[in-house]
Design a protein around this ligand. Sequence first.
Ligand SMILES: [Fe+2]
Ligand SMILES: [Fe+2]
Length: 301
Amino acid sequence: MKSTSLTSMDVVHLRKVTEAMVALPTLPLVASRLLESIADPEAASSEEIGAVIALDPALTARTLKLANSDFYGFPRKVGTVDLAVVVLGPDTIRDLVLGAAVFQTLDPSWKTLTGLWSHSLACGVAARALADRIRYRLESEAFAAGMLHDIGKVALRQTYPDRFDAAVALVREQGISMSVAERGVLGSDHAEVGGWLAERWGLPGDLVEAIACHHRPEQARLNTELTSLVHIADWLAGRTGNSWPHGGMPGSVSQFAWECVEVEEEDREPLLEDLVPFIQRAVRQEQELFRHFRDPQEEGK
Ligand SMILES: [Fe+2]
Ligand SMILES: [Fe+2]
């Protein structure tokens, strides 16, 4: 994690909190290969994405299950990953696999934080929609950054379940922000911890920064536009009814972030108003997609 955004006191606290996190699993190869493909058009073809998914038998089975579901209604049986990627579209399948692989790595039972999963999905969808509106070059990168922005919460919950739950309770009782509650209870917050984890996982620098700085976009250095997109998308996720935990202080969108994405003051509220129903629909659709993508054993959980 870049020391420029942290004071020496922050570094000491972060080190203390992350000491126990070295036991967390590493990022699956499939997820890191898919993340690499985002910035590399050569590696983002259907064949390449299919080849990466084929590395993992469980993900292959899920992909085939989705491609053969009623949701798509493809007239004949889809028997190979290559055809499944063509039917589903390489971007759709990459977004699904990435989100599922990362969350399941950190929370194998897939049960602890379903509200956080919805929040993350909404943030990813909002970041992608916003990227489209402001003509940000890589919509898939915006989705991945939005989807992963709060991984620090999952990591904290897995490592310090009691203290993390105490922070959530504080948010609900006192209406404070999650970062303030985490700092009080744990000494660090999910953005710092998420940035640390993303770096340890070898994620691209732009993503590490967007995760680490999503509550403080003015501290970004590498890609202020991406971090600002995620910051606004995080707020939009709350506005569409997908905040987590509920009851926290919603905060406001940073002036810096708006300036970075070059939306003039008078255009901001109309843009948000316009995006909310679009994002709500897209989130419902992604949730439905994801339902078909889950392992058969997970159904009903
Ligand atoms: Fe956050
Ligand atoms: Fe968030």
